[in-house]
Structure formats: structure tokens, C-alpha cells
Design a protein around this ligand. Sequence first.
Ligand code: RAM
Length: 528
Amino acid sequence: MPQEKAIATITNSIADFQMVINDAFLEKAEMLCPEILHHEARPVSEVSISREGNSWKAEWKGTVTDAMKRRYGRGDSLILDFGSHFVGYPHIVLKSVGSPQDAPAYVAVRFGETPAEIGESTADYHGSISSSWLQESTSHMDVLPGEIPLHRRYAFRYMQMTVLDTSPKYKLMIEDILVDTVSSADERALAPCREDLPEDLKKIDAVGARTLYECMQDVFEDGPKRDRRLWMGDFRVQALVNYETFKNYDLVRRCLYLFAGACMNEGQVGACLFTAPRVQVDDTALFDYSLLYVPTLYEYFEATGDRETLEELSETAFTQLRIAAGKLDERGIVRDDPSWWCFLDWNSELNKQAGAQGVYIYCLRYGLAIAELLGKEQEAALIRERLEEAAGAARKYLWEPDLGFFVSGEDRQVSWISQVWMVLAGVFSKEENCALLRRLKMVDPRIRLISPYAHHYYVDALCHNGMEKEITEYIRGYWGKMVEEGADCYWEVFDPLDPDASPYGSKAILSYCHAWSCTASYFIRKWL
Ligand code: RAM
């Protein structure tokens, strides 16, 4: 179906960046905008937070009732624990006690998904992304009683309030405190997980489902603390978990239309989208993220049987494959690049070439499935040809028989994620893939997996090659470890061998409820 395309040029940091808008698609996305469901949650205790070695721990200090009986003056502070992770709008009502309020109250609040964000000093933050993500706010309150004016939505379990000043004549008391929580996921829709599963796996699943729940807002956000937007890579895996849990098919459909409705130059699906004040694609393209639109569309059709959407969005999917084909060199290998051109994982030493080739082949397979389903013979023939070429080139130029691994880039780097994507790409037979996965575990190359997102694809590779037995142990050792360390939701980055790992140079800025980490629930529900 031909679509009218209006081209809007956006002044942006990338000189030739253009946004390609499809109004009809954006209108559909708008119509699918979900209702946001609200609940109320209150703090459950007062805690103290202290450092224990490299990590921060919260300890019970008292009841909320006692904390509300106390009077707070200049320099006083308290930390409340809401008992679990919440996303929403806090309402904190303060009153003055003593003489009449003869000066404004000046208060600071800080919210943390984990104790670390309360414990670490924000003044010491020197990370690579904006400190404005740190969840804190200071306010003057001229008239009491009154509510601390907090306009932002926060993602948190812990809240610290510090009184910066009152006056010598009056003090503050907390009159009321609650959070109006928001999510577009309906808790009642959550499909129960298998009754006969061991308790620890049920817990691992519950944390995954909670993570997804918190990230389901008017789009599938990557993290309700940060970046609070729709990233293609995160969206793909969120959709998979959603099919096994909340089954909000319309939210997936909405996001598919959003990506297709606001593309980058030549119709490339952007790495991420903003939805306010209007829909806008970011001026960042990632080779793998654009391509992952293809399996996401196919899987949506598989889950829903919605052929109309598949048909309407199939051109967007084929376009991604076409654009990716333009990045191949004369050998049929994806050209390497020193820029941040492809994501795969947060390992800063990672060379992305082989992984990118794997993603390309993998997505070609989904593109072929779509073309065949829709009876698009010409498209199918073209994809088939590209698939053979790309897989052949990978075997010829990237496979190193002496090492028994795929190599990447000029330095012929061997990394975990290159092998994972080549296995998922199905460049070799199942037996060879299994052997490769076993060798990978045994040799344990130094360039390992860092993000739960990369770990997802490793586990996926195990599942698709008949190695389901290995996955239970792996889920326990990875996602289970986060649970052991007190995770209410799964974290953006988790490297058990390097607990301080952060791609941004600080742990305080990390998102501790991150969409791409929720996939333990998918494996537990679908594969165990
Ligand atoms: C970060 C976010 C997001 C991820 C991108 C690549 O900004 O963590 O989830 O998809 O990086």
C-alpha cells in the first residue's frame, strides 16, 4: 500500500539528518495510545543507608508513623523505603510547627531505585551522560501546610528528604506521603507463571515481570528513570516478554507504527524515539537496532495473527534490510567503523563487525519469512540471494577454523557476542552451533558480555540450539544473582565479574529498572 511521505528537516547535530514522517502511521499510533492505570503506594519504613565495601545497603531504622511524629529543622534528613520499585508521582505534604512560618521552607528530595543512588554524593558525579538524570529536586515552600512541588515522574524505591532550612522559629512535620503510581500494564492481565516451578525461578520471573510492568508507559520505555524513551533494541525484547506476561498487543502495535511513522533518512528506523512534545526520531542510527525492526514485526504477527499490520508495515521492514545491504563491502561483509554505529553490547573494547554481520543475516531470515507469508515473491527472491551471500561471506572471511571462532575487525578479535550472533544467524548447522557454544563457554574469550541485553541473546542462542538444559543454570547464575543482591527490578548493566561496571563512568546514573533486562521471564515462561 503506497504511503504519502512528508519530509521534515530537523536542525540537528547531524548535518544531513532528516525525519521521514508518515502521517497515517503516526495517526494509527496515536489511536493506540494506552490508558495509564494508577494505584497508590505508601512508604513502609524508615531506613538508614550505609556503605558496605563496594555497595550500599539499606537497614530498617523505624516505622513511618514514628518518622511522621518527628520535627525536622535545618540539616535534618530522613530516608523512607516504599518497599518495592514504583514509577509515579510522589505527593509529600509538609506542615509547620512552632511559631508562625516566618520564612520559606527550603527542602531537598532525592529518589533512588537502589540505596546507592541515595548514598553516593551527586556532587561527585562526573559521568559521561547528563547529571540531570539524577533524581533530585530542591524547592522553596512559602506557605505551609503544602505539598512539595514535584513535577517530574520518578522511578524509585527510596526517598530521602533533607531540610536545607526553615527558620529558628518553626520546624517541619510530614503530614502525608504517597506515590501515585503509573503504568499502562494491567496487573490483573499478568498470566500466572507455571505453578510447579521452583521458588527461586518464580522469584526471578516475578522480578522480570515487575521490570516490564514499570517500563510499560505510553510506549515501551527502556527505563522509567533513564532514558524514558522507546529504544528499538529494548522494544524488541520487551515485546517478547509482553507476549508471555501482560499480553498488551496494542502497545506493541503502537510502537511498531511509531517507528515506521517517524523514520530517519531513506526510511531507516531510528535507534530511539521521543514522543513528547511530539513524535520525533532521534538523530542516532544503530545498524543492529534498525534491523531488529524486522523480527519485531514478524513476532508481533506470530503473536496476534494481525495480517493487516504485517502487510502495512512490511515495507518498513524490507527497507531496513535494503539499507543494511548498502553497508556491505565488496566481500559481502559489513564494513567496520570506529563510530558508535552498531550497538550489540556495552563492552567498550568490543569490535562490532562480526556481530553486525550476524544480526544482518538473522534479520534477513525474518525478512524472508515475512516476504513468503505475504506472497511477495520478488522480495523473497532478493532476500534469499542476500542471505546466501551474507552467510557465505561470513563463513569465508570471518570464520577462523584454527581458532574455532568467528573473528571481527582488523585485529580479528574473538568476542562472546560475535559468536552469539553468528549462532543466532544460523550460519552453521545446529550441531556446529552447539559445539561453538560449548567451546565459547570453555575458552571464555576476554571480551565478554556486559549488559543483560547481550546475555539475553546468549541464552536465546542456547534455546534455539536445543541447549535448554543449560539455560536454567544460566538464568540462576545471572538474573538470580541480581535477585540475590536485592534487585526489585533488573538492572541496565550487570557484570558479576565487575560489580562496578558502568558504561557512563558512574553507578549512580545507571537505570536499575531496565527493559532489556526483563527477559528472564520470557525464557522461564516460554522455554523451561
Ligand atoms: C542506552 C539505554 C538503552 C539502550 C541504548 C543503546 O541509552 O540503556 O536502553 O538501548 O543505550
